[in-house]
Design a binder for this molecule. Structure first.
Ligand code: CP
Ligand code: NVA
Length: 305
């Protein structure tokens, strides 16, 4: 069985993303109609390594493993002190001799890459400073549920573009033939390599970025690790707030997404995030279904064919 990791959303082809999303839909339906899923991960263990806090990622991975008959182990920042008490390489080698699959939430993207390079089992990126690919699977699932398609849709993002969610979304749009436009103040642009690879359109004007959008997305202006710049960022990003006025630039039936946690009054007004265009809680729930499908995909080579 060929070892596959999910460090970047680009680790999956368009066909594979659709396969994972189809399975996610099926698992969600099964859970809603029968109250449970088949225990297809009986005896399997997921080890989760966290350098940062989490609500959704931890809940969805842990509950997902339980629902599929497997087990998840949480290792928090002080449990293994990655890179301090023990090298990342040794942690990957030891963990993958016991666990069936690993998820890591790290500060540096290089750490999750290093874990993958030295692991004999699949490694999933549960958010790094560069990408948040699991979030984007859930977002794509949500968009497909609401819009009934993905191809050709206009996806617009405003706010901090030097951001994990933006990077994974822009790459996903390129893979799935969706159009991605984003707007950020100068100095907070996307990673240059990802910008080039994704062929995303990056602007500074939020109004231009949102024009004609099917989906409007934002994220916190202060990602984990950026806390020292909080005051500066709150001022610089003010014109990039998603509010009623900005949403009017999008299509009439546009929807709003946010990976959460959200800071109402900063990147989005409560009128929008708590209004009828917002699908953020369906999006949060879909983390559970999408990641269960991803784990099955990574563990089961036959399913990949
Ligand atoms: N959206 C997301 O990843 O949430 P958590 O940081 O709470 O896991
Ligand atoms: N961009 C945010 C996402 C949180 C889920 C962060 O990295 O903190």
């Amino acid at each position: 069985m060929k070892l596959r990791h999910f460090v970047s959303i680009s680790d999956l082809s368009s066909k594979e993303i659709v396969k994972v999303l189809d399975l996610a839909d099926k698992l969600k339906r099964e859970l809603k109609t029968k109250g449970k899923n088949k225990k297809i991960l009986d005896g399997k263990t997921l080890v989760m390594i966290y350098e940062k806090p989490s609500l959704r990622t931890r809940l969805s991975f842990e509950i997902g493993m339980t629902q599929l008959g497997g087990h998840a182990i949480y290792l928090g920042p002080t449990d293994i002190s990655m890179g301090k008490r023990e090298s990342v390489t040794d942690i990957a080698k030891v963990t993958s001799r016991m666990a069936d699959i690993i998820m890591a939430r790290t500060f540096s993207h290089k750490i999750v890459e290093e874990l993958a390079k030295n692991s004999s089992v699949p490694v999933i990126n549960g958010l790094s400073d560069m990408e948040h690919p699991c979030q984007i699977l859930a977002d794509l699932m949500t968009i497909r549920e609401v819009k009934k398609k993905l191809k050709g849709l206009n996806i617009s993002y405003v706010g901090d573009c030097e951001n994990n969610v933006v990077h994974s979304f822009a790459l996903a749009c390129q893979i799935l033939e969706m159009k991605f436009k984003c707007a950020a103040p100068k100095g907070y642009e996307m990673n240059k390599k990802i910008l080039a690879k994704s062929k995303a359109i990056q602007l500074t004007d939020p109004i231009k970025a949102v024009k004609n959008a099917d989906v409007v997305i934002t994220d916190t202006w202060i990602s984990m690790g950026d806390e020292a710049e909080k005051e500066k960022r709150l001022k610089i990003f003010k014109p990039y707030q998603v509010n009623k006025k900005l949403m009017k630039e999008a299509k009439n039936n546009a929807i709003f997404l946010h990976c959460l946690p959200a800071y109402r009054g900063n990147e989005v007004t409560s009128e929008i995030i708590d209004g009828n265009k917002s699908f953020v809680f369906q999006e949060a729930e879909n983390r559970l279904h999408a990641q269960k499908a991803l784990i099955i995909f990574l563990l089961n080579a036959r399913f990949r064919k």
